[in-house]
Design a protein around this ligand. Structure first.
Ligand SMILES: Nc1ncnc2c1ncn2[C@@H]1O[C@H](COP(=O)(O)OP(=O)(O)OP(=O)(O)O)[C@@H](O)[C@H]1O
Ligand SMILES: [Mg+2]
Length: 167
């Protein structure tokens, strides 16, 4: 699916849609990768998703901590930013990635390529590109879980007549 959020608020609507269609995380693990250049809007999307899952207070970008953990209404969420990961896949393992991925919960990963993560290995891959003053967002599912999730996201956007859809 391809979306065209014209501004930050429209990007947040996509984050809210992702949250609304999320399956119960207490029983499964989901990987959401957010790819795109510096300033594309990855953290904006992640923040809106976390807000919609009941996270209050400051939601820091994991730029320096690399990982920020949350307890949400849907279950545990880990928000990772691999931009500053110097050691690639080995450092990702040292960060506890395998443990996060193996336990119930959602993993949101910005800059997945820095950790050697193939977007095709994620349940749902988001690719954000600059498009004039706005953005172009592509969502693609690589697993059954991801496909169900994406179908729910699409339904949510249509139901709420969010003006970002250009299927
Ligand atoms: N759809 C959009 N249209 C226009 N501006 C947007 C859109 N989405 C987000 N922005 C703006 O882009 C800026 C950068 O956003 P953000 O920090 O989320 O990017 P990022 O991809 O996480 O960057 P980084 O790679 O540094 O982590 C913010 O000022 C935000 O308001
Ligand atoms: Mg960011």
């Amino acid at each position: 699916m391809e979306l065209s959020p014209a501004n930050e608020a429209a990007m947040q609507d996509i984050g809210t849609a992702l949250a609304s269609a999320l399956p119960d995380l207490r029983q499964r693990n989901l990987l959401l990768t957010l790819a795109g250049e510096l300033g594309a809007g990855k953290t904006t999307l992640a923040r809106a998703l976390l807000r919609a899952l009941g996270v209050t207070g400051t939601i820091r970008s994991p730029t320096f901590t690399l990982v920020e953990p949350y307890e949400t209404t849907a279950g545990p969420v880990h928000h990772l930013d691999l931009y500053r990961l110097a050691g690639g896949a080995a450092e990702l393992e040292a960060l506890g990635f395998r443990d996060y991925r193996g336990a119930p919960g959602l993993l949101i990963v910005e800059w997945p390529e820095r950790g050697g993560l193939d977007p095709d290995a994620s349940d749902l891959a988001v690719q954000i590109e600059y498009a004039g003053p706005g953005r172009r967002v592509q969502l693609s599912a690589a697993t059954e879980l991801g496909r169900d999730w994406l179908a729910g996201v699409t339904a949510h956007l249509l139901r709420h007549q969010v003006d970002v859809v250009s299927i």
